[in-house]
Structure formats: C-alpha cells, structure tokens
Design a binder for this molecule. Structure first.
Ligand code: MF3
Ligand code: CO
Length: 251
C-alpha cells in the first residue's frame, strides 16, 4: 500500500479544490429548508460546482447518478436525490459533495437540520462533527493512522453511538479514493505512519442506534439496519509538520 505524498504544487491545488468545496458546502447549508426536494439540492450543488469551473467528481462515479449524495434521516450515505423526495421539518439531511479542480479532488460532508429538529438529533449531529475534530488532533506527522481511528472510536463509543464499519475514509488527491483506508473504529494494527504532504478524507458515519447498515434496492443508498438516525461529517485534510490543515473548511 503506497500513500502518495503531495508536492508543494499539488498541495496548492488541493488547497484551492478544498476552498471551493468549503464555499459550495456553505451555500448548500443555506439552501436546505423544509419543502425543497433532494433533487433540487443536487441541481443547486451541481450548478454551483460548475460555476467554479470544477467538475462534480461523484457524478457517474461507479454509475452514481448525481453530483451530491443526499441522505435523509436513517439514510447513512450515498442517498440518491429524487424529484419527489421532499425535505420536511424535523428531518436531518447529510450532504456529501466533492469536486475536481485542475486534476485534484476534494471531498467533504455535513449533516444539516431541516427546520426545527429534536434535541437527540441535534446531539447526534454535534457529536459526529466533534468526533472528526477529536480524531484529527492525532493527525500529525510521526503518528500512525490508527491513532486517528481509535480516537474517533473512543469518543463515539463513549457517547453511546453506533459506528458504521462497512464504509471508511480514504486518501485523496489525483483520485477520489486513494490509499489508505481510514476506518472510524480502532484497527488491530498501527496502520501507516503519517507524513507531511499526505491528504486524507476523514469521515465518521454515525448511527444513533446500532452500527449495522443495509443497502437499498437501488444498490447505492445505505440505511441503518434498525431505522435509527444517522449523521456524517467529513473534511479533506493535509498532514503537515504541525497541526493538520483542514482544506475543506473556510478559514
Ligand atoms: N464522499 C463519498 C466517498 O468518500 C462519496 C463517493 S460515492 C459516490 O466515498 F459514488 F457518490 F461518488
Ligand atoms: Co469521502
């Protein structure tokens, strides 16, 4: 398994790709409200990505039919947008988006509240997001990959949530999915040693109930097996000589 180390030029392009995606996500977050369809979210997102002269990297990826993955409530990830699927007050919606800028990929996800949601749902969203930040405190040169994985695992397990095991984070760069795989649970090995210039997509997927998931008939949409709510939070990060740089957040 070879983890690519990006050159200064490549890091510059990854930063640009990340910054554009951060702006796309900010606009998507403002767009989400009761009464719009998941298809409208996808259309809005695709136009936005193209307005930056970027290409949506999810579109047609292994046959995925849209640009934005829109996953509502018990849908974990890879929800397919539909014209007749309306967002309703009280829903939570996970938006996963990615793009290519000058040959380099960025990838990020956020879970949003649709109107007013329950305190339990809001706590799931907050803890999922925080688990990312807990994990990347360990994302330092010299540490090993499992330092990130086990820190995310501990935080989520302590909070009583189910950690999705069938899907994981990943390296990212010239391709959307590069080595290494980045589980959100402790591995039984240290994993690769982290080095400056590695770019990683860290993405906890978290269920309010059990960790088990199922695939719908569309072969894409992943749902919780027990019907509980699920949240997702992802950023593309850069390993440096100091703190990790979060490429897909606005500074
Ligand atoms: N962000 C997801 C990932 O990291 C989405 C890709 S799946 C796609 O794998 F098919 F929708 F592109
Ligand atoms: Co990803």
């Amino acid at each position: 398994m070879a983890v690519s180390i990006k050159s200064e030029r490549e890091i510059g392009l990854m930063r640009d790709a990340g910054k554009i995606l951060a702006e796309v996500h900010a606009r998507l977050g403002e767009f989400v409200r009761p009464g719009i369809s998941t298809w409208e979210v996808d259309q809005f997102g695709e136009r936005l990505i193209r307005s930056y002269h970027c290409v949506p990297n999810f579109l047609h990826y292994n046959g995925y039919p849209a640009s934005i993955c829109v996953s509502v409530n018990d849908e974990v990830v890879h929800g397919i947008p539909h014209r007749n699927h309306m967002l309703r007050e009280g829903d939570i919606v996970s938006l996963d988006a990615g793009l290519i800028y000058k040959g380099y990929h960025s990838d990020a996800a956020r879970t949003h509240a649709v109107g007013k949601i329950s305190a339990d749902a809001q706590r799931l969203i907050n803890v999922t997001r925080q688990s990312f930040f807990e994990g990347i405190r360990m994302a330092r040169a010299g540490n090993h990959l499992n330092d990130i994985c086990k820190t995310i695992d501990r935080y989520l397990t302590f909070n009583g949530y189910g950690i999705v095991r069938d899907l994981v984070g990943h390296g990212i760069g010239k391709k959307l999915h590069e080595d290494p795989e980045i589980p959100n649970f402790a591995m039984r090995r240290r994993g690769v040693r982290l080095r400056p210039g590695m770019t990683l997509a860290v993405e906890p997927m978290v269920n309010m109930g059990g960790w088990q998931v199922e695939w719908l008939e569309d072969d894409w949409t992943v749902v919780t097996a027990d019907g509980s709510l699920s949240a997702h939070y992802e950023n593309t990060i850069l390993i440096t000589n100091g703190e990790p740089e979060i490429l897909t957040l606005l500074q």
